[in-house]
Structure formats: structure tokens, C-alpha cells
Design a binder for this molecule. Structure first.
Ligand SMILES: [Zn+2]
Length: 85
């Protein structure tokens, strides 16, 4: 069995309570989601280096232009593969 995602997620939000994409853009926004940088479908795991704290708005923006392929993997229009958490 994998480690409980809810606990890992909560710990990540505790450690990095601010949205990381917002910080890069000079905004300070509370993160509400935890995003997998490398999608689990591509072998990404729950390790701290693969997790990104993100706010709902940034998460939506990440997700908006995506389409879901028939194999269930979400890709952006430029072909970047991602996975919503
Ligand atoms: Zn954000």
C-alpha cells in the first residue's frame, strides 16, 4: 500500500503554505492544493521534490487548457503532460 496521500498533502501544505507559482510572480497566495510536478502516471511519486503547493486559481489555470487523452492522461495544448491531483 502507498503512503496515505492525505497526510502527505497536509504535511506539504504545512511546510509550504503559499502557492509556489504565485510566489514566482511576486504574489503571496495561500495554497489549497498540492500538485504533482511529474505526474504519477509518468512515475512521479509523493516525494517532497515532486510536490508543489498551489492555489485553486493556479491549479485551474494549469488545468484549463488541458485535454484528457483516451488513456486518461491529461495533456496541455503544447503537449506538456500533467496530472491534476
Ligand atoms: Zn497561485
Amino acid at each position: 500500500m502507498g503512503r496515505p496521500w492525505r497526510r502527505i498533502r497536509a504535511r506539504k501544505l504545512q511546510r509550504d503554505p503559499l502557492c509556489q507559482p504565485c510566489l514566482k510572480n511576486g504574489r503571496t497566495t495561500s495554497a489549497t492544493e498540492v500538485h504533482h510536478v511529474t505526474p504519477r502516471s509518468l512515475g512521479g511519486d509523493h516525494s517532497p521534490t515532486n510536490l508543489m503547493s498551489i492555489c485553486t486559481q493556479c491549479h485551474d489555470e494549469l488545468g484549463m487548457p488541458r485535454r484528457v487523452r483516451t488513456d486518461g492522461i491529461a495533456v496541455l495544448e503544447d503537449g506538456t503532460i500533467l496530472e491534476a491531483v
